[in-house]
Design a protein around this ligand. Structure first.
Ligand code: HEC
Length: 162
């Protein structure tokens, strides 16, 4: 009889002990999960925030100084309009053999491809002696476009090779 009571007490103690332990374990596990969740959120959120900042920083820097999106849009119209660039360089700037050079690749014959040099090239043109085909490019393509229009079409030409 005495033996049975001890056994019962032992079972009760073990049961209490177990439930206390598992209670603790749950509480701890819960705390860890709660701690881990915000930490993980921070880890995943941080690169996105950095990327957004990098993009925001990169956007204005991508365009050469003095060039705006509006100029590029205007220049696109001048390229196939008042500037008649397309008549020698092709509708998409792909070039026309023995006439205007390819403007979409990153190989340049007369300049280094920088926005400044594209402006200068359009302003002064290419002489027959300089031209690889012997065909000259008249200053401003032989048109009466303004200096601002030259800058705009140069901005557009600059984007073609990027
Ligand atoms: C009458 C034909 C003609 C017209 C119009 C013309 N170009 Fe050209 N362009 C040329 C020729 C020819 C070259 C020199 C190609 C060569 O050396 O092979 C040239 C060269 C260039 C280059 C230098 C390319 C390089 O690889 O160094 C740029 C930039 C350029 N033209 C832009 C323009 C723009 C912009 C317009 C419009 C405003 C224009 N051109 C109008 C014929 C023309």
């Amino acid at each position: 009889m005495e033996k049975n009571i001890w056994r019962l007490m032992l079972v009760a103690l073990v049961a209490v002990g177990l439930s206390a332990c598992s209670g603790d374990a749950n509480a701890n596990g819960g705390d860890e999960a709660a701690d881990a969740a915000p930490a993980q959120a921070e880890v995943t959120a941080a690169p996105e925030a950095e990327m957004e900042m990098a993009e925001a920083d990169a956007m204005p820097q991508e365009l050469p100084e003095g060039v705006t999106e509006a100029m590029i849009e205007e220049g696109k119209g001048i390229y196939s309009g008042a500037g008649i660039c397309m008549s020698c360089h092709g509708p998409a700037g792909e070039g026309i053999p023995n006439l205007g050079a390819n403007l979409v690749d990153d190989e340049w014959i007369h300049i280094d491809g920088s926005y400044e040099q594209i402006v200068e090239n359009i302003m002064s043109g290419v002489t027959a002696q300089e031209s690889s085909s012997g065909v000259p490019m008249p200053a401003k393509g032989g048109t009466a476009i303004t200096d601002d229009q030259v800058k705009a079409v140069a901005a557009y030409v600059w984007t073609l090779s990027q």
